[in-house]
Design a protein around this ligand. Structure first.
Ligand SMILES: C[S@@+](CC[C@H](N)C(=O)[O-])C[C@H]1O[C@@H](n2cnc3c(N)ncnc32)[C@H](O)[C@@H]1O
Length: 336
């Protein structure tokens, strides 16, 4: 059995790594994640609970370009779900309100793509998988994505990126994400995975006995309803979203879900206050296994789960990436 090595950048709590690991197992390969980079200490705590002893680089920006070769180990696949706030619709409007730069111009987070690029161009892994919000495609009317692709394509074959939705891959959550994959030295015919279109119901992702503390208070329920009415009068569509357990999917659960849970309040019956999802339920809606451990506060757990990648989708993308690598390698061997 062969072994495929990886590094996990902007790792969060390891969603990309779990996905790759599942894909490798399905194809009969052993895996080794040689390093992860994550700046947030709470995410590191959860990551270490699940993957003890993986080497950590906290801030990717701390790596000087000329030291990349010594600091970053050789690896086959680079994984990176890089920060999406500078490109997401909510992140852009927040930055505009605060009169802060957004997109690539955001010097804290927007230019982190170039750190990935420097690592790719120095270490030349065989393939990479990048993930971001779908709005990356529309930012500056597509100019930003074109710039990213132009840079990546200097050394890699990068097929047209694809937006995939978690609800088409067996998860009861609408979550559209853009995937960019690339291959060193190959050219041609990579295909992203087809949706599995497995039927889903939100109730299949819920706890059997959710603690009472997740039922929202009378006060909060009243203020949700009041805000919705106000928004409706003002012609704005925003407000809480009531989700029924029999629904096919929730809307996207964001890292801000901890605030008031407005994007997904679960219906519990007429005349009853709805409840928030529990952190475990959010992880489940992202495809994380039941064995996934977390001991951080609810607030941090919601943030971590809402920031993560949908495992089922990334696993399928990784399977296609691996199959492509295997196919191409065989073709090269046959030709020799
Ligand atoms: C969208 S989340 C990635 C989620 C991850 N792919 C997962 O599935 O859990 C982006 C992560 O990048 C981290 N991050 C932001 N700036 C960073 C930096 N300079 N160095 C390392 N990590 C950083 C954030 O703390 C956040 O956890």
């Amino acid at each position: 059995m062969g072994k495929i090595t990886s590094i996990d950048l902007f790792a969060g709590v390891g969603g990309m790594r779990i996905s790759l690991s599942k894909a490798l197992r399905k194809l009969g390969y052993a895996d080794e994640c040689k390093l992860y980079s994550e700046i947030n200490s709470y995410s590191q705590q959860t990551y270490n609970e699940n993957f003890p002893e993986t080497k950590l680089i906290e801030d990717i920006k701390s790596i000087d370009k000329k030291n990349i070769d010594q600091i970053i180990p050789d690896h086959d696949i680079l994984l990176a779900g890089f920060p999406c706030q500078p490109f997401s619709i909510a992140g852009i409007s927040k930055r505009k309100n605060l009169k802060r730069a957004y997109g690539f111009e955001d010097k804290d987070q927007g230019d982190l793509f170039f750190n990935i690029l420097d690592i790719l161009n120095t270490k030349k892994p065989r393939a990479f998988v990048l993930e971001n919000v779908q709005n990356l495609k529309n930012h500056q009317r597509g100019k930003l994505l074109n710039k990213i692709l132009k840079e990546l394509r200097k050394n890699y074959y990068v097929p047209e990126p694809q937006v995939l939705d978690a609800q088409n891959f067996g998860l009861a959550q609408r979550r559209r994400r853009i995937f960019i994959v690339g291959f060193l030295n190959f050219n041609g015919d990579f295909k992203f995975p087809n949706p599995t279109n497995k039927k889903t119901k939100v109730k299949d992702f819920l706890d059997l006995y959710p603690p009472k503390k997740y039922i929202i208070s009378d006060l909060l329920w009243k203020s949700h309803k009041k805000r919705k009415l106000r928004n409706k009068k003002a012609g704005k569509g925003f407000g809480y979203k009531l989700t029924y357990p029999t629904d096919k999917a929730t809307i996207t659960i964001s890292a801000r879900y901890y605030k008031d849970g407005s994007e997904c309040l679960l219906y519990r019956g007429d005349n009853k206050n709805p409840r928030k999802l529990t952190p475990r339920e959010v992880f489940r809606l992202q495809g994380f296994p039941e064995s996934f451990k977390f001991s951080v506060s609810d607030l941090q757990a919601y943030k971590q789960a809402g920031n993560a990648v949908p495992i089922n989708v990334v696993e399928k993308v990784c399977i296609e990436v691996l199959k492509y690598l295997i196919r191409k390698k065989n073709r090269i061997k046959n030709a020799a």
